[in-house]
Design a protein around this ligand. Structure first.
Ligand code: AMP
Ligand code: MG
Length: 364
């Protein structure tokens, strides 16, 4: 995999590769995407093979122009056009009814039954220019190997593909990305928008734009998930992670107790400055046998300030990957209130923790 800077020559090479069936990792405002020409069935099949993506998990298309929506669907509800006008280019994917005679391979295998297609216009000048120069529409899921956190820095992609048989042909290095978590996915096939995956375009922003009730339907085991990607293990670091909610003092005290009692484990801690400041570092005194030489192995990573949720979102996946690099055995992470952008952050953190959640200091 060649790595290029996002200058004219780099963007030209990316567009040329896309035109000839190549795979290019590209920066967007959310996470890096693994792009192929959506109209080239073999190139789209290579996305699945390279990522190791399950065949029933459809790909999001990325367009460089709002009017491209009409090339993909004949059924665009008024609210969907309103949302595209309001939030494109931006981190909002609209799942619309696909024209029946186009792109049969987007669900992963020829002749599949996916009748819808997810579309967005990314807000990143480099990728918009690459799509325009390719003269097509690109299919681009997140560029990570299936199962790892989405990449928000170029080195996340070089790491994911360094020992793999198949890799992207080219990586356009766009540095660290603005949003850091994947787009909001909205089902726009019914009479009201339904949020399938939370993201930086929040429920409040959607309600405000369309003035309608937004009903989020969670996928569960009995009914087939509307957004197939939501059923897979996602965003997860290698070590088991547990979320902790409560006052800064309660969370810090729980973490301190774990550090002094899990003597053989390398513990990873992801917490805000307030919680980190409350952690008692007088380890030897607190150690199980009050051992004056006791120094636990702990990796502290800064979650960020809960008053600056965009900053937390931007760094979240890089932090999770950092714990993998450090080889921690367990991760303790501070939970956030699920409000505004916090809904999307907590969605990713809950998936990374595979549901492990401890509420501290709750009585009665
Ligand atoms: P990714 O691009 O890998 O970050 O994930 C894209 C997400 O959008 C996954 O959760 C997909 O299942 C979802 N998605 C893509 N296309 C559709 C579609 N046509 N219908 C429902 N969900 C979709
Ligand atoms: Mg993904």
């Amino acid at each position: 995999m060649r790595v290029v800077t996002p200058d004219n020559a780099g963007m030209d090479e990316a567009a040329r590769l896309l035109k000839t069936g190549g795979l290019v990792a590209v920066p967007t405002e959310t996470v890096y995407g693994l792009a192929a020409d959506a109209f080239n069935a073999e190139a789209v099949a290579r996305i699945y093979a390279t990522k190791g993506r399950p065949a029933d998990n459809p790909l999001i298309l990325h367009v460089a122009d709002k009017s491209d929506l009409d090339k993909l669907t004949d059924h665009l509800p008024d609210y969907a056009r309103t949302l595209a006008d309001r939030f494109w280019p931006g981190p909002l994917t609209l799942v619309v009814r696909k024209k029946p005679d186009i792109l049969p391979w987007l669900g992963g295998h020829p002749g599949n039954t996916v009748k819808t297609v997810g579309v967005r216009m990314p807000n990143h000048p480099v990728t918009l220019a690459i799509i325009k120069r390719s003269g097509s529409i690109i299919a681009a899921p997140s560029a990570n190997k299936a199962g790892t956190p989405s990449p928000t820095q170029a080195e996340h992609i070089t790491n994911d593909y360094k020992d793999t048989a198949q890799s992207p042909d080219l990586l356009v290095d766009g540095g660290t990305l603005e949003v850091g978590i994947e787009s909001t996915v909205v089902d726009a096939t019914g009479d009201k928008p339904v949020i399938l995956r939370p993201g930086a375009i929040t429920e409040e922003m959607i309600r405000e734009a369309v003035g309608a009730a937004v009903i989020g339907k969670a996928a569960n085991a009995e009914t087939p998930p509307l957004s197939p990607g939501t059923k897979y293990r996602h965003y997860a670091p290698l070590a088991p992670m547990t979320l902790l909610s409560g006052t800064a003092e309660a969370v810090a005290s729980f973490i301190t107790t774990q550090i002094v009692s899990e003597v053989d484990a390398h513990i990873g801690v992801l917490a805000s400055p307030r919680v980190l400041a409350c952690i008692n570092k007088n380890w030897p005194v607190m150690a199980v046998q009050s051992d004056s030489s006791y120094t636990p192995v702990v990796t502290f990573l800064p979650l960020g300030d809960p008053h600056n949720l965009p900053d937390i979102a931007r760094n979240l996946f890089a932090n999770l990957r950092r714990f993998d690099e450090k080889g921690v055995d367990i991760i303790l992470a501070e939970a956030l209130p699920a409000e505004g952008l916090g809904v999307a952050i907590m969605d990713r953190m809950t998936k990374a923790a595979e549901g492990r959640f401890i509420r501290l200091g709750v009585t009665g």
